[in-house]
Design a protein around this ligand. Sequence first.
Ligand code: PLP
Length: 359
Amino acid sequence: MYDRIYNFAAGPSQLPLEVLEEISKDLFNYHGSGMSVMEMSHRSKDYLAIFEEVKATIKRIMNIPDNYQILFIQGGATEEFSAIPLNLLKKGKADYIITGNFSKKAAEEAKKYGEINIAYDGKEDYVHIPSQNELKLSDDADYVYICANNTVYGTEWQNYPKTRDIPLVADMSSDICSKVIDINDFGLIYAGCQKNFGIAGLGLVIIRDDLLYDNGITKPVLMDYRIQAKNDSMYNTPNTFAIYVLGLVAKWIENKGGIKELQKINEKKARLLYDIIDNSDFYKGHADKDSRSNMNITFALPDKELDELFVKEATKAGMVSLKGYRTVGGIRASIYNAMPIEAVEKLANFMKNFEKEHK
Ligand SMILES: *Cc1c(COP(=O)(O)O)cnc(C)c1O
């Protein structure tokens, strides 16, 4: 009806069609208010009702306990690379587990503000998620930092590290709400919303109350979690429209039966592609089998020319943005919550046929 194609981009990425329809239905006149959400004052009654409902929905679907704050922060995920050390360093030391480019960048940023112990470094190819005994954690860190899903490399934590009473901080930009997690395992989780949970221009931060301490570090006002929490993310004008879209995506998740149901579908979707990779000597998976992501499926064909041809022919067939990240090469299929299983089945069939034709 809309002549849409399947967009396998890593982010910004495909949104659920139902969400786009809802946005278009309300674009000119939101629920009889006579205006678009984009035009509303962030302090108006109509907008505050949206805002409270967004928070409540996120809290319900993610099962967030009362002792956590939900913050909406502009600046994407990268802003938190700076805000996390600025807010959480207390004694001045943190452990970073490096499993990809984004955790590496986060550690480099944190080094500006404190002593950073690299508890594990996956180096260059980043095919592996470490097990507990591979980590060199310190006893006196203020927090332990991980990237839950490595968007570029297609690896994902299955068992989060045990950090005893040291808060675990996780970048969940590319797998938030893709599977059930226990928020209590984390001191702070955050995500840039444009991958699995909405649109660009918004960062979601979920932080445990006891981590909203004054650490005496001078920081930009908008990066101060205490100020953001105290002002309910409205110290200044928040990204009103992106928060509204986030709420629609959260509602969509709830209507689908919640994260638990989506997790089952996500596992099924990933298996469709990994089964082909595992049963083929044509496609080669990038990540170690026990470290693979259910969100970003990375693999390569026997040579670069075939990689390029694959992307070209898939595009012709209505499946776009399958080219791997520039440092990894090959193919990357990002199959977030919003990617329907029919699209993944179509890609799986395409892969089988392509192998037959080009082997
Ligand atoms: C995309 C991504 C980022 C960077 O997000 P921005 O919103 O562009 O800053 C950080 N971490 C992960 C895991 C990502 O996938």
